[in-house]
Design a protein around this ligand. Sequence first.
Ligand code: HEC
Ligand code: HEC
Length: 245
Amino acid sequence: MRTWLALAVAMAAWGQETPPDVAQGKRIFDAQCALCHGVGGKGGRGPGLARPKLKNAADDAALRKVIEQGIPGTEMPGAWQLHPREAAGVAAYVRSLGTVAPEALPGDPSRGARVYQAQACAACHIVQGKGGGFGPELTEIGARRSAAYLRESLVSPAAAAPDYFLWVEAITADSRKIRGIRLNEDSFTIQLKDAGQAFHSLRKDSLKELRRLFEESPMPSYEKMLSSTELDDLVAYLASLKGKS
Ligand code: HEC
Ligand code: HEC
């Protein structure tokens, strides 16, 4: 009788996975994720993760997949070379963050929507199919970036430009200056779209100069154009844009 019981207990333990190591998960998070998601997942270039519900990670399996493979087509990288046990530890740590109360933003999103209109942001940005596509689409920007990063985008756009975004200046053989967003580039040619939405395909060997303008952005800084209340409201509006729910 005793041996049966011991055997049953041993088998139950065998069938169970060892619980994830949350402390190890936190160490990995601090080293590899906090760079973009902030310490404690409070957000940065990437979204805050201290939320009970994650859009791309509805359950633990989906969360592990995001951690191991990233989110293709976004700035969320994959291939962390983590052992499955390490990935499980990171996932458990990320989940534990979701029990923390979400950050309260000072602004009002509906007033922010009016600031967005008044400042004609739609001249360069698309939200829900409306607006111009010169700058990045903002329909889901609140799910991709933290509030702090959104504020930075408005105050110093060049410092907070998305990874894929490159603002380039080309000087042609006849000394014309063309500035535009890089759409494509190979060894011989580069394709640019200028602020007037005109498309330029240039042969590199015919250019006098080709420079990447890391310090500049075609988006103006709104630091002096908006009052601090308007800035708060606009950040709250952008943070509320989470795409289709
Ligand atoms: C280079 C910056 C960067 C690093 C490093 C990074 N992430 Fe991300 N992560 C992002 C961005 C940006 C997104 C939003 C992607 C999108 O939807 O456009 C994201 C999205 C996510 C999401 C989905 C959030 C949601 O609401 O669905 C999770 C979960 C996540 N990251 C976890 C991690 C973990 C864990 C690590 C470390 C192993 C990590 N990330 C490292 C930038 C990063
Ligand atoms: C002249 C065109 C232009 C106008 C006007 C403009 N933007 Fe931008 N915006 C851009 C471009 C181009 C980028 C990408 C380069 C960068 O971030 O510096 C950008 C980037 C952004 C980003 C960061 C996107 C990301 O994926 O990280 C946000 C947020 C943003 N703009 C919001 C706004 C808001 C809100 C307004 C109005 C107050 C506005 N923009 C006005 C062109 C513009």
